[in-house]
Design a protein around this ligand. Structure first.
Ligand code: GLC
Length: 529
C-alpha cells in the first residue's frame, strides 16, 4: 500500500523575513532561502512551508496581500521563486505556500474597486454593512483589538476586518470571490508547488445573520458567529477537490478555533483538508508529563483513523518553545527539555512541524516598545506584547547580526547568538541541532515511527511513554519530564535496545521492568522482534 508523502513527514516552517538576507537590506528573501537549501537537506526535512511571500504593504508582514500572484520585491522576484522551487525539488525538498484568503490587503485592487462605490462590479466582494458612525453593525471584535468594523465615509458603510483595518474580510458567499480565489490556487498548483497552508481557514464564512457574539463575564468574546461556521466546510471541500486534481499535493489548515481538537478533526475529515495544525501543545503552561500525555491521548481518541494528526511546538504567532518552559535554569538544563520535546514531536503518530530556529533552541526575545513591529503588539501593548519575539533573525553564526545579514536587521538579533547558532551546534555532536538531525534520520528509517499505531503506556506521574508499532517493528518512547532520575514502571518486562537518547549510548541494552530514566531523559528503545 502506498502512503501519501506527508504522512509521517517532517515539515519546516520558514518565516522568510527572518531566515536569511542574501541582498543585505536587513530583511530575509527568497534567494536567501535558496542559499540555505543545503541546510534543510542536511537536516533531513521533507518539505518547507513559507509564511507569505506575496506582494503586500506588510502591515501584518505579508498576511495582508495586495497581489496573490506576484512576489513582494522585498523577497525577490518570480524568477527567484521559480529557482527556489526548482532547486528544492532537485534536493527532494517540497515547497508549501501560505495562502491567505480570509482577507486581502486594503491595497488589493479588488478592495480598491469594491470601496469605490456601492454599485461597482466588486461592490459585494467584501463584507459591507449599513450603519452610522459609532453604531457598529454588531459586536464583533478584531483579533488585534477594537471593533471588527471600519467606517468608510465614501460608501457610508462599514466593512468587516477580523484582523487589522488594513485587512478587509472577503465575502466568501459571493461566487465570484470563490472563483477568483480558486483560479489563484490553480495558478500556484500549475506552477508546481507541493501544497498549501490555509491561513485562518475556519473563518472564511460568517454567520448569515451576523448575530452578536456572546460575551463572557471577563468581557472576552466567544467568536462563535465569525469562526467555525458550517458553510466553511463546504468551501473547504471544494478547495480540496481542486487540489486533488494535482496528485501529491498537501493541504494544511490553520484552524484557529476555540473548539481545538474537535475542529481540527472537522476540517480534516475525508474530502476535506489533509492536515490541520494541532496547536494544543502551544497552550501548555507547564513542563509536565501529564499535560502533554493528555493532549496526545485526546488527539488519538478524537482522531482515531478518521484523520491524520499534525503536531506543532511553535510558530510565528506564539512564544518560542524553549522560553515557554524555562525558569532561570542553566542552558544545559533547558536544552535537555528541548531535546525531550523534540523526541516527542518526532516520534508521535502524525506529521511533525518544526518552526525555524527551534532546532537550535532559539529563545523568545523581549522587544522594547519603541522597536515593536507587529500590529498586535502595537495595538494591544502592554496587555499583549506582540509576536516579534519569536520572529527574530535566524542565528547562523556568532557574528554581529548572527550571520543573517551584514546590516542591522528588521528585528534585533538575540544576544545569545554567540552560544545559540547553527555553526557552533553543527560542530558539536551533543548539540540540540545534531539531536534533531539524528531524530529525523531515525524517523525516516522507521515505519513504526512514521506510520505506526500509537498506544500510550501506563507510567508514573512524571513520565510520558508510548509504544509505536508497525507489523513486527515495535518502538518504545519514554520521556522523563522531571529533573530527578527515576525508575518508571511501564508494566513491561524483558529487554530492549537503546536506539536514541539524550542521556546514554546507542545500542545499550535496557531492562524494561522498572526502567531507569535519567533527569529529562528522552529514551527511544527498540523491542526485540
Ligand atoms: C494567522 C497568521 C497570523 C496572522 C493572521 C491574520 O493567524 O498565522 O500571523 O496575523 O492569521 O492573517
Amino acid at each position: 500500500m502506498k502512503y501519501p508523502w506527508w504522512k509521517g513527514a517532517v515539515i519546516y516552517q520558514v518565516y522568510p523575513r527572518s531566515f536569511y538576507d542574501s541582498n543585505n537590506d536587513g530583511v530575509g528573501d527568497l534567494k536567501g532561502i535558496v542559499e540555505k537549501l543545503d541546510y534543510f537537506q542536511w537536516l533531513g526535512v521533507d518539505a518547507i512551508w513559507l509564511s507569505p511571500i506575496f506582494k503586500s504593504p506588510m502591515v501584518d508582514f505579508g498576511y495582508d496581500i495586495s497581489d496573490y500572484r506576484n512576489i513582494d520585491p522585498i523577497f525577490g522576484t518570480m524568477e527567484d521563486f521559480d529557482l527556489l522551487l526548482e532547486e528544492s525539488h532537485k534536493r527532494g525538498i517540497r515547497v508549501i505556500l501560505d495562502q491567505v484568503y480570509n482577507h486581502t490587503s486594503d491595497q488589493h485592487p479588488w478592495f480598491l474597486e469594491s470601496k469605490s462605490s456601492k454599485i461597482n462590479p466588486k461592490a459585494d466582494w467584501y463584507i459591507w454593512k449599513d450603519g452610522e458612525p459609532g453604531k457598529f453593525p454588531n459586536n464583533w471584535q478584531s483579533f488585534f483589538g477594537g471593533p471588527a468594523w471600519q467606517w468608510y465615509e465614501e460608501r457610508k458603510q462599514y466593512y468587516l476586518h477580523l484582523f487589522t483595518k488594513e485587512q478587509p474580510d472577503l465575502n466568501w458567499r459571493n461566487p465570484q470571490v470563490k472563483k477568483a480565489v480558486f483560479d489563484t490556487i490553480d495558478f500556484w498548483l500549475k506552477k508546481g508547488v507541493d501544497g498549501f497552508r490555509f491561513d485562518v481557514v475556519n473563518m472564511f464564512c460568517k454567520d448569515i445573520k451576523f448575530r452578536d457574539n456572546p460575551t463572557e463575564e471577563s468581557g472576552e468574546q466567544q467568536a462563535i458567529f465569525n469562526t467555525d461556521r458550517p458553510e466553511t466546510l463546504l468551501v473547504v471541500e471544494e478547495i480540496q477537490e481542486l487540489v486533488e486534481k494535482y496528485p501529491g499535493r498537501v493541504t494544511i489548515g490553520e484552524v484557529a478555533s476555540p473548539q481545538g481538537l474537535y475542529s481540527y478533526l472537522e476540517y480534516t475529515k475525508p474530502g476535506r483538508l489533509n492536515l490541520a495544525f494541532n496547536f494544543e501543545f502551544m497552550n501548555i503552561p507547564a513542563f509536565e508529563a501529564t499535560l502533554f500525555r493528555k493532549i496526545v491521548e485526546d488527539t488519538e481518541r478524537i482522531f482515531k483513523n478518521l484523520s491524520w494528526p499534525c503536531y506543532v511546538l511553535g510558530n510565528h504567532d506564539c512564544k518560542r518553545v524553549r522560553s515557554r518552559y524555562s525558569g532561570g535554569e542553566s542552558i544545559d538544563e533547558s536544552m535537555e527539555k528541548c531535546k525531550l520535546l523534540a523526541t516527542m514531536l518526532l516520534t508521535l503518530r502524525g506529521t511533525s512541524m518544526i518552526y525555524y530556529g527551534e532546532e537550535i533552541g532559539m529563545e523568545e526575545m523581549i522587544i522594547p516598545y519603541e522597536e515593536i513591529q507587529d500590529p498586535e503588539g502595537k495595538n494591544l501593548w502592554p496587555e499583549k506584547i506582540g509576536r516579534d519575539g519569536c520572529r527574530t533573525p535566524m542565528q547562523w553564526n556568532n557574528s554581529q547580526y548572527g550571520g543573517f545579514s551584514s546590516i542591522k536587521p528588521w528585528l534585533p538579533v538575540n544576544q545569545n547568538r554567540t552560544e545559540i547558532n547553527v555553526e557552533k551546534q553543527k560542530n558539536d555532536p551533543n548539540s540540540l541541532l545534531n539531536f534533531y538531525r539524528s531524530l529525523i534520520k531515525l524517523r525516516k528509517g522507521s515505519n513504526a515511527l512514521k506510520l505506526g499505531k500509537l498506544s500510550v503506556l501506563k507510567s508514573s506521574k512524571n513520565v510520558f511513554a508510548y509504544l509505536r508499532s508497525w507489523k513486527e517493528e515495535q518502538i518504545i518512547v519514554a520521556l522523563n519530564f522531571s529533573s530527578e532520575n527515576i525508575s518508571a514502571d511501564l508494566k513491561l518486562t524483558g529487554k530492549a535496545k537503546v536506539i536514541h537518547s539524550n542521556r546514554r549510548r546507542i545500542n545499550e541494552i535496557c531492562r524494561l521492568q522498572n526502567l531507569e530514566l535519567c533527569s529529562y531523559e528522552a529514551l527511544i528503545l527498540k523491542l526485540y522482534e
